[in-house]
Design a binder for this molecule. Structure first.
Ligand SMILES: [Fe+2]
Ligand SMILES: [Fe+2]
Length: 261
């Protein structure tokens, strides 16, 4: 069994200290094998906000895999945004835009879907799609396959279609071809678990899209503070949503899926 914590939209700079403490306690108790963060680590891509996000994550021994979100590149300084948008991010998080993790049971790839010319919308480049295809192309392996980026691959409540990922159809074709099991994202600040088949009718097998809420930020858009714990077993996987209620995180929702690989 593998236990994965999926956090998103921490937006350090707008964090609530008591909720950060509650999340720290919950994660230390859960003791996940891997911690994933699907972007928007900061509110305004300030150096001190990246430092806070890094300090928070470095408390945990588990391997971490992080991708940037649209809030992790400068918004107001056009020069910084265009010339080196991830300069602040890279002070604290890995230089390569393709961060990945593999072990006996898991294969995880995270890609940067931000672009300096797009304020809210995400995109994956042709080069990234090719990298993804090569990374997941292990036809005889039974590792559980997870893809993570910040922006969504399907319309979400409260969001406009303009926020959808550019080249998403090509990406979904690769997910299907390479037996990706789940696709993780954030950006909407709302927990949402759905089958991509409902949005891509040509898909021949289920691919589960999991959006995490915001765990610690005041930017909740009237949603509860939440994150996900994903349990992967040989024959099924479970998405448990952990929600902040009266001072601590508790399990509030659970989706169980058979493994189709
Ligand atoms: Fe966000
Ligand atoms: Fe975002």
């Amino acid at each position: 069994m593998r236990l994965i914590a999926h956090l998103s939209d921490l937006h350090f700079g707008t964090e609530v200290h008591s909720i950060v403490q509650a999340l720290t306690r919950d994660l230390k108790e859960a003791h996940p094998h891997v911690i994933l963060v699907s972007g928007d680590l900061t509110q305004r891509a300030r150096k001190y906000q990246f430092a806070q996000a890094a300090d928070f994550l470095n408390q945990f021994e588990a391997p971490k895999l992080v991708v940037p979100g649209n809030h992790d590149i400068p918004l107001y300084s056009l020069a910084h945004r265009l010339i080196n948008p991830l300069a602040g991010y890279h002070l604290y998080f890995p230089r390569d835009l393709e961060s990945h993790y593999s072990d006996e049971h898991l294969m995880i790839l995270g890609l940067n879907s931000t672009h300096p010319l797009r304020i809210r919308r995400g995109q994956l480049s042709h080069r990234q799609l090719e990298f993804m295809q090569n990374f997941f192309h292990k036809p005889h392996s039974h590792q559980f396959r997870i893809f993570m980026s910040h922006h969504p691959f399907m319309p979400l409540p409260r969001h406009f279609p303009r926020d959808l990922m550019i080249r998403r159809k090509k990406a979904v074709t690769i997910f299907e071809h390479c037996k990706v099991n789940i696709v993780l994202g954030g950006h909407s600040h709302k927990v949402h678990v759905d089958n991509l088949q409902g949005h891509y009718p040509l898909l021949k097998r289920p691919i589960i899209m999991v959006q995490a809420g915001t765990a610690v930020s005041r930017r909740t858009f009237r949603q509860p503070h939440a994150y996900n714990l994903i349990r992967v077993s040989p024959h099924q996987f479970t998405i448990e949503t952990r929600t902040y209620v009266s001072g601590s995180f508790v399990g509030t929702d659970r989706h169980v899926f058979p493994r189709e690989d």
